[in-house]
Design a protein around this ligand. Structure first.
Ligand code: 0PR
Length: 373
């Protein structure tokens, strides 16, 4: 095919997609990446950290990135790996917990992301739901009553997918004792540290809690990095022992983790985002997203919607028995929102592109949609 035709087809496909800058995507946890991230993702597109010895430069970027993110979540002398996202990080953490303990039960809050179901299924483990309290956080008493000899891992969420809530990780750690504790901060990892710096919220949710053994943290969500950019962090380097395999024909003796070939252009992209934004850049983004979240709540009250909880992060859901119909109607009008089932609600993620103007337009269109419903 002549390259003009290939490009024409690519452009046509691109035009079919929704784009964040159009401001009509209100249910996504991803964001438009930093320009430098896009540029350097492309430059490093042939790199493959699955064979680290060939890419000492990219490996250096990964090490520095892991070290910066470790510092952000108070991990010292730990270990980390760049992965394809929260799903891969969650699966790998459960793989480690199973192999370290030789046990198969995972205790996870009902609010856990569906990637935990995949982890349990793939690893032949059993996922046991722990109910939530009134604030939609893992209920510590309910967790305590489920702790038994056969538990391989307990996991908590720091920034839940549906409501943005943070489980009481320190309390959970106290109850879990020596059991492997994983924190899913795929979304919250790049929000909570900055909420703390801004004095908006405080909580013990990261490696400051001694019992926390591992964490997933995505940079393709609130990290302004390119997709796929996930990070898995481990308290102790030795944890990788039971998940590494010999890799005789590669440049390293052992291959660690789920992926062989690893998406390493994204490492350069994430590095570019982190270094150019810095703490100040992320703090500004989080401040803006939280301002806009409050503005959205205000506007939604005016249209007659009550938030399920006062938002902790920039994820907010509004109660309604008509969530599905509202979603469908908004979809017809070109707006993408999402719904949650328990409680029944529509859900909006106030990412950086969800500005005050977008919120005003959205609530107007929503108000019209309600009339026609
Ligand atoms: N853990 C949490 C708390 C998550 O919210 C997610 C994804 C994951 C793990 C899994 O991460 P990966 O998707 O990186 O493997 N949360 C979003 C969701 O499932 C992902 C998403 C992003 C969905 C953008 C849609 C979208 O447009 O809702």
């Amino acid at each position: 095919m002549p390259s003009e035709e290939v490009e024409r087809r690519l452009r046509e496909a691109y035009e079919k997609d929704f784009h964040f800058e159009d401001g009509h995507v209100l249910g996504s946890m991803c964001s438009k990446p930093e320009e430098l991230a896009v540029k350097y993702h492309a430059l490093f597109s042939e790199a493959n950290l699955g064979n680290r010895g060939l890419y000492p430069g990219t490996a250096m970027l990964e090490d520095e990135l892991i070290s910066d993110i470790s510092e952000l979540v108070h991990l010292r002398n730990g270990w980390g790996q760049f992965v394809g996202g929260g799903t891969e990080a969650n699966i790998t953490a459960m793989w480690i917990a199973r192999n370290l303990s030789g046990k198969k039960k995972i205790l996870a809050p009902e609010s856990a992301h569906f990637s935990m179901k995949k982890a349990a299924d793939l690893l032949g483990m059993e996922l046991v739901d722990v109910p939530l309290d009134d604030g939609y956080r893992m209920d510590a008493d309910a967790l305590e009553s489920r702790i038994e000899e056969d538990v391989a891992a307990v996991m908590g969420v720091a920034g839940s997918t549906e409501l943005g809530t943070v489980d009481p990780i320190d309390e959970i750690s106290g109850i879990a004792g020596d059991i492997f504790l994983h924190v899913d901060a795929a979304f919250g990892g790049m929000v909570l540290p900055f909420l703390e710096e801004l004095g908006i919220w405080r909580g013990n949710w990261d490696f400051r809690v001694e019992g926390v053994d591992s964490m997933s943290l995505d940079l393709h969500k609130m990290g302004m990095a390119t997709v796929p950019s996930g990070i898995l962090l481990l308290r102790n380097r030795e944890y990788v022992g039971p998940i590494s395999v010999e890799s005789p024909y590669l440049t390293t003796e052992r291959n660690i983790g789920l992926a062989g070939t690893r998406p390493s252009g994204a490492v350069a992209g994430a590095y570019a985002a982190i270094k150019s934004m810095g703490r100040e850049g992320y703090r500004d983004i989080v401040r803006r997203c939280m301002d806009n979240t409050r503005y959205l709540v205000e506007k939604m009250w005016a249209v007659g919607f009550e938030p399920v909880i006062e938002p902790v992060t920039n994820v907010v859901a509004f109660r309604t028995d008509d969530a599905e119909r509202i979603r469908a109607e908004m979809d017809r009008k070109g707006w993408k929102i999402s719904v949650i089932r328990r409680p029944r609600a529509i859900r909006i993620v106030v990412m950086p592109y969800v500005t005050k103007e977008v919120i005003e337009q959205f609530t107007e269109v929503l108000s019209d949609a309600l009339k026609s419903l």
